[in-house]
Design a protein around this ligand. Structure first.
Ligand SMILES: Nc1ncnc2c1ncn2[C@@H]1O[C@H](COP(=O)(O)OP(=O)(O)OP(=O)(O)O)[C@@H](O)[C@H]1O
Length: 387
């Protein structure tokens, strides 16, 4: 069974002291990055994040300590061999300006002496994967691309030899906020498909919360102030340093990255257009507030239905009721649910899962309750720990 252990990265008592520097850039750091996860290194300027990345792919050597990549001692491997197992993406993509997109993306396969046709096939496949049409983009030069497109090409290049490990050093730091969101979403989509071990460096707490399966919050010398899931960091910051990093707005952040799928949804009576009006009326009258949802034969939400829609009606309910408007997906964040609730006329939104099938309903009350419970659980845990 693959539990990710063979793709993990381990830093064991790693120290890096640059020549002539009084304090080490990385000071006795021990950290395990589990295989198949996105681990975000979050820390202020100068905390040694880039140094850690460069140590992992052996662009620089540690002063002391051990680094294990995918089960092998990185220091015992030939650096070129090691870098074949590690994709590296940096800010501004680091594309070679005098090479076309195709040449940039195909660099590593070419180095590995793949034949021309295989390289070309792989380049097109990768451009597709990062959402760029190969026919449009393969012969362009980096200067003929937007910043976001350059980043996508940078990601494609890093994925070229299908490395199990990806190091991403502020890859989206230099693009506008909207492009940045798109790039983050497409990274999450890619990761769902590829399951790489990804180390991702950022200054931005929101980016860290959105992307990280775990986040390592670093202080000077890469001291690990806290290493935990986004939820744990928000609910139980380890110390004042971490608290200051999270800043205010803890509740907004909980809404921002918690998913609708993770909270208990309200269940309301369900009906089909063929159901008998009197029977449906009886079922929905019992609820508080009294309403139900009409689903089509694929369980997709169609209409909300209230007692006043059904008074005196005989036979099937047919098209009575009010359109549900667009449902939200279970994968949406609570913040997206809140935004939808504020924008629409009624106070509830249907939630759908795969193939648009109805799963439950979200209301302002659902959101309020979910946040209260998250906070209470964390308080209880802290009390139980005696901390
Ligand atoms: N080649 C070098 N020679 C000497 N000192 C260096 C070198 N590279 C980095 N440093 C120092 O090591 C420390 C950590 O630098 P590093 O670039 O790893 O930090 P960082 O967390 O990535 O910062 P930023 O977020 O600003 O990129 C800094 O104090 C920096 O000045």
């Amino acid at each position: 069974m693959d539990d990710g252990a063979d793709r993990a990265i381990r830093l064991i008592n790693v120290t890096k002291r640059y020549p002539g520097q009084r304090t080490p850039a990385v000071d006795d750091v021990t950290l395990t990055i589990p295989g198949g996860e996105i681990v975000v290194l979050l820390g202020p300027s100068g905390s040694g994040k880039t140094t850690m990345m460069r140590l992992i792919n052996r662009l620089i050597e540690p002063t002391s300590g051990r680094i294990i990549v995918a089960g092998r001692d990185a220091l015992g491997l030939d650096p070129t061999e090691l870098r074949r197992h590690i994709g590296y993406v940096i800010q501004n993509a680091g594309l070679f300006p005098h090479m076309t997109v195709a040449t940039n993306v195909g660099l590593v396969p070419q180095m590995l002496k793949w034949d021309k046709r295989r390289v070309a096939g792989r380049v097109d496949e990768l451009l597709d994967l990062v959402g760029m049409d190969p026919a449009t983009f393969r012969d362009r030069y980096p200067r003929e691309l937007s910043g976001g497109q350059q980043q996508r090409v940078g990601v494609a290049r890093a994925l070229a030899a299908d490395p199990p490990v990806m190091l991403m050093d502020e890859p989206f730091g230099a693009v506008d906020p909207i492009t940045r969101e798109h790039l983050q979403d497409s990274l999450l989509g890619l990761q769902e498909e590829l399951g790489k071990t990804i180390v991702f460096v950022t200054h931005d707490i929101d980016e860290a919360l959105k992307l990280g399966d775990r986040i390592a919050i670093l202080d000077q010398g890469s001291r690990v102030a806290q290493y935990a899931t986004p939820l744990e960091i928000l609910l139980e910051p380890a110390d004042a340093y971490v608290e200051q990093f999270i800043g205010g707005g803890q509740t907004m952040r909980l809404l921002q990255f918690s998913r609708v799928a993770d909270v208990p949804l309200q269940q309301v009576p369900e009906a089909a257009p063929d159901d008998d009006a009197a029977a449906v009326l009886e079922r929905i009258q019992a609820g508080r507030p009294a309403f139900g949802i009409v689903l089509d034969e694929a369980r997709r939400p169609v209409r909300w239905i209230h007692p006043e829609d059904l008074g005196g009606v005989t036979g099937p309910i047919g098209t009575r009721g009010m359109d549900t408007a667009t449902p939200i997906r279970a994968r949406s964040t609570l913040q997206q649910a809140l935004e939808r609730l504020i924008l629409i006329e009624h106070d509830w939104v249907p939630v759908v899962g795969p193939r648009g099938a109805y799963q439950g309903t979200v209301t302002l009350g659902t959101l309020q309750q979910a946040i209260k419970e998250m906070k209470a659980r964390s308080r209880d845990r802290r009390t139980a720990d005696g901390s």
